[in-house]
Design a protein around this ligand. Structure first.
Ligand SMILES: [Zn+2]
Length: 161
């Protein structure tokens, strides 16, 4: 499954990547270009723009009008509509910044990117495989927020069924 996300949904693009979805996002892509890419690459267009949504549907491009105001609402909609899993599996998580694959990387190789306090506290690190990005991730304290958001999204998704 591959999603093409419009410029207004950057936060959602990051969430979908964390959830392991293949996502293309570029804040500067114009509407006509979005339609062309979605059509040519057979991607699902996610947008907050009602006019763009209707143009996509008229061209038989799979699309969803994402109306939720919170990430929980938006994620619940995608779980209900497209069956997107709301569980994080680090083996499948993509880089939230650029969408490339992550690779588990030994602590000894991330000493430059990761603060010493986090190196002391955590043992597992993942590095973006894109040479130009190379961001390093770990399941730190901020993951409590991530888990809360996903739990809330799951509750909403089950109500929508
Ligand atoms: Zn990256």
């Amino acid at each position: 499954m591959r999603f093409l996300v419009d410029g207004m949904l950057g936060g959602l693009a990051r969430w979908l990547r964390i959830l392991g979805q293949d996502v293309r996002y570029d804040a500067n892509t114009k509407d006509n270009e979005l339609l062309r890419i979605a059509h040519e690459k057979n991607m699902i267009l996610l947008t907050r723009d009602e006019e763009l949504y209707h143009r996509a549907i008229a061209r038989k491009i799979p699309s969803a009008l994402v109306l939720g105001e919170t990430e929980e609402e938006r994620l619940a909609q995608l779980a209900s509509t497209f069956g997107v899993s709301l569980n994080v599996n680090m083996a499948e998580t993509k880089c939230p910044e650029c969408g490339s694959d992550l690779k588990e990387t030994p602590k000894s190789d991330v000493g430059v990117e990761v603060p010493q306090t986090s190196l002391n506290l955590y043992d597992q690190f993942w590095k973006c495989t894109d040479q130009n990005c190379g961001k390093v991730y770990w399941v730190g304290r901020h993951w409590n927020r991530i888990r809360q958001t996903l739990e809330e999204a799951k509750k909403r998704a089950s109500l929508e069924k």
